[in-house]
Design a protein around this ligand. Structure first.
Ligand SMILES: CC(C)(COP(=O)(O)OP(=O)(O)OC[C@H]1O[C@@H](n2cnc3c(N)ncnc32)[C@H](O)[C@@H]1OP(=O)(O)O)[C@@H](O)C(=O)NCCC(=O)NCCS
Length: 345
């Protein structure tokens, strides 16, 4: 299970994987601030599958350009070692408590397995940040309701309510942390994916409307079958709303060519054209492509402006029409084109 916590009232975010397959393993990365300095903490804690007590904990703290590590382990007899040195002050304790994360609260919550209304005192091996010192910390957990615990630090009198899920994972830690519910993307939202041969029929029947003139004759089914590795589609509600059809030149392996790119008018101006080009550049660049070509019609000023915004240049043609270099008869008698060229860094 992967969780994302946000710190309340101070800078901090954390991602943690809680693996409950064999005992409990916590692997997390927390971003925090200590003494006004940005810091990151990565940690791994492993608990015994049978008893739930902590076996090992490893922490790496990066702060102010320095890296500090901590390794803690507990033997089956309850002896503790801190950085390979025995620490008798911790002997007999059951759980590690990393002060930087609510992840370790799950250790005693699961191990104690309290019934609603029950309470238990326990002392944890408390790791303080940024000092990375480990000291005993007496605390008490009271299960007030199915999903609610009262946490008390017995020495300081600090109290906080913890809302947990069915696995004992903190959802809300009063005044300290909130688990964020990350919404999966709505399948209806537009998203880029690889072009599929089946997209041909939808796209070929849409493009005349998208361009506002007949262009469907420029599309052929073989292109959708053979250029799929370097072509992309944007689908919304399962329907294509934009596409880019391009390929790497079999003759010049360092060159790629974009045959056609179009965005449904209802989805223009939302960077879908740019994102399709970004996807194309990312697909062809690792394959050794250093230049990308395309052509467009001299009347298609929107396409020319769009391609210039994408970093394409217009090599000189036979003549200038309104300042645009045009290649006369480029695609046959009377079929003039503007050539577009982009170098990939
Ligand atoms: C040209 C077309 C692909 C642009 O798609 P789009 O998704 O609206 O473009 P984006 O939102 O990704 O815009 C990317 C950039 O291009 C610029 N741009 C897009 N359309 C533009 C236009 N008509 N005039 C000037 N600039 C334009 C945007 O300002 C943006 O610049 P920025 O990122 O620096 O702000 C789209 O209008 C279209 O499908 N037109 C009809 C088909 C066509 O002509 N295809 C190209 C030839 S095959």
């Amino acid at each position: 299970m992967d969780v994302f916590w946000e710190r309340l009232g101070q800078p901090g975010q954390e991602v943690c994987t809680l693996d409950m397959e064999r005992g409990l393993t916590l692997s997390g990365t927390a971003l925090a601030a200590f003494e006004g300095q940005p810091a990151s903490v990565t940690y791994q804690v492993q608990a015994d599958p049978a008893s739930g007590v902590t076996r090992t904990a490893r922490v790496t703290l990066r702060l102010a350009g320095a890296e500090h590590t901590l390794a803690v382990r507990r033997s089956d007899e309850g002896r503790w070692w801190v950085n390979d040195r025995p620490d008798p002050a911790l002997d007999g304790l059951d759980d590690v408590d990393l002060g930087v994360t609510p992840a370790t609260n799950t250790l005693p919550i699961r191990r104690l397995a309290l019934a609603v209304g029950q309470s238990a005192a326990t002392t944890a091996a408390w790791v303080r940040f940024p000092a990375l010192t480990v000291t005993p910390l007496a605390q008490r957990y009271t299960r007030q309701a199915e999903h609610r615990y009262l946490y008390e630090s017995l020495a300081s009198g600090y109290r906080a309510l913890l809302a947990v899920d069915a696995n004992g994972v903190v959802q809300h830690y009063e005044g300290q942390w909130q688990r964020l519910r990350l919404e999966p993307p709505d399948p209806g939202d537009p998203a880029i994916s690889a072009l599929r041969p089946e997209d041909f029929d939808d796209i070929v029947s849409a493009v005349d409307g998208w361009w506002g003139r007949p262009v469907a004759h420029l599309l052929h089914r073989f292109m959708f079958a053979h250029f799929a590795a370097t072509s992309f589609v944007v689908r919304a509600q399962g329907r294509p709303v934009a596409f880019l059809l391009g390929f790497i030149s079999p003759t010049h392996p360092d060159a790629a060519y974009v045959h056609m790119l179009g965005v449904d008018p209802a989805h223009r101006g939302q960077q879908w054209g740019r994102r399709l080009y970004d996807a194309f550049f990312s697909a062809v660049r690792p394959r050794g492509v250093i230049r990308v070509g395309a052509v467009t019609s001299p009347i298609n000023r929107a396409s020319i402006a769009f391609h210039q915004a994408m970093g394409f240049t217009l090599p000189p043609g036979d003549r200038l029409v309104d300042g645009i270099p045009v290649h006369a008869g480029y695609d046959g008698p009377g079929v003039d084109r503007v050539v577009l060229l982009r170098h990939l860094d």
